[in-house]
Design a protein around this ligand. Sequence first.
Ligand SMILES: Cc1cc2nc3c(=O)[nH]c(=O)nc-3n(C[C@H](O)[C@H](O)[C@H](O)COP(=O)(O)OP(=O)(O)OC[C@H]3O[C@@H](n4cnc5c(N)ncnc54)[C@H](O)[C@@H]3O)c2cc1C
Ligand code: FES
Ligand code: FES
Length: 470
Amino acid sequence: MKFILNNEDIETELPSGMTVLDFVRYHKDLKGTKIGCREGDCGACTVLVGELIGDEVKYRSMTSCLMPLANAAGKHIVTVEGINPEDGSLTPVQQVMVDESGTQCGFCTVGFVMSLTGFCLSGAENTQAGSLRSDAISAVDGNICRCTGYKSIERAATRLSDQWSAASGQSVPTYFRSISNRLRQLIENGRPPATEHRPRSAVGGGTDLYVQRPEQMAEAESRPLLYDEQLRGIRDLGDTIEIGAAATVTDLLESPVMQSIFPKLYEHLKLVSSTPIRNMATIAGNFVNASPIGDMTVWFLALDATIELSCISPRVSKGETRTLPLKDFYLGYKQLAKQPDEIITAIRFPKPAGDFRFNFEKVCKRTYLDIATVNTAISCVVGDDLNAGGTPAFQSVHLSAGGVGPIPLYLRETSAFLRGKEPTEETITAANDIMQSEISPISDVRGTENYKRLLLRQLLRAHFVEMFGI
Ligand SMILES: Cc1cc2nc3c(=O)[nH]c(=O)nc-3n(C[C@H](O)[C@H](O)[C@H](O)COP(=O)(O)OP(=O)(O)OC[C@H]3O[C@@H](n4cnc5c(N)ncnc54)[C@H](O)[C@@H]3O)c2cc1C
Ligand code: FES
Ligand code: FES
């Protein structure tokens, strides 16, 4: 593998499953990057990953504890040692953290500094949260501090956003200017030869695999998919939207195609993990992890999505393919209608037409950076042609729910019941009765069976409030 670490060209034959965190700390002796949880939760290990896109290098924050070296190939990996100015002064990010007393014991500080540096390197025109200030604060949504208190860090982020134009130009040393050329050469000269043997399993962003079996992954030779060009991109094909299986949650968030269809895209996807995890987490990874509360799975079930599965061939990304409705992918708890040598290559859903509405609801123990207790999504097209009285009725409805059964559920009977009905109070009550018969929640640490039933009932109501104001 070849990549650039800070200002150093790296060529290594270390196992591709080793985490970037272990590589920088134990093989390059760069101890600025800290180890907190090793589960993607604390952000102490945050690094920036630069990818050459056209002539520009796009930097994203990622948690190095979950990132395999394989995903570093052809990239610029930046640790805190790589942003320090050559003259020994502080970067604008480091300076605002000092000025606003944003650090106490310092263990988390490097992570915050890297996330805020990522914010400085992002284009101001890419505002997601509505303002630069909100963007700066959102940039640290994957960083936890246990001793300073967040107000001073928030003040530092706010000050940084106020001086964004000046700070963005000075946030990294001058060697960054050489990176795009160096990455181009590295990619052109460094294409790996196709391997003859067949790797056993796929790894996307690693955000599930490295939490579930870190030791095994460190030894494994997995097939890296995150940057596989054939699995990327979000395309409007006319009557269908096609998403490459390796698209990340951030890719969805930044996609003009998705933004045009889902007006509340940011509001909804902000409920999914944190910025660094969204930068790594692929949609297909979420499907195949098969968690009953997978947010993206519930989201795409409600879009009546289909998946394209291809046999892994050692030489080409796409071998023999077949398509399957996502709702038929789940056979039982963590049991999938997928052969071991198949990977998901694409996700498709019908391009919405007419009066299309969509809503996503998620209840967790805390609002952000938490997995759902119960989640649900709905998509519908409303029209008046099915109703004799001319009042709006559902032409089509797809309703899904997570956390209320062993698999993420497409609620077939409730969806079928809703078709042709008007969105009224009576419809909600009747739909809930059917929905309750379709689910089978269990009592666990996240809530009792009754609590989850009640929660889903309320979330069904929330869908109607959000979509129709009733
Ligand atoms: C801190 C943290 C917070 C999280 N918060 C959330 C949350 O709020 N909501 C949520 O839903 N999830 C959450 N997750 C879980 C995780 O981020 C998602 O499930 C993510 O989408 C997994 O994608 P990945 O690419 O990282 O998967 P990986 O870990 O790379 O892979 C997961 C599984 O999918 C397989 N796989 C990956 N790509 C393919 C493919 N193309 N074809 C076939 N198999 C494939 C892998 O072999 C593996 O079995 C969180 C995780 C962490 C660490
Ligand atoms: S060590 Fe906590 S997110 Fe990586
Ligand atoms: S400064 Fe101590 S954990 Fe943040």
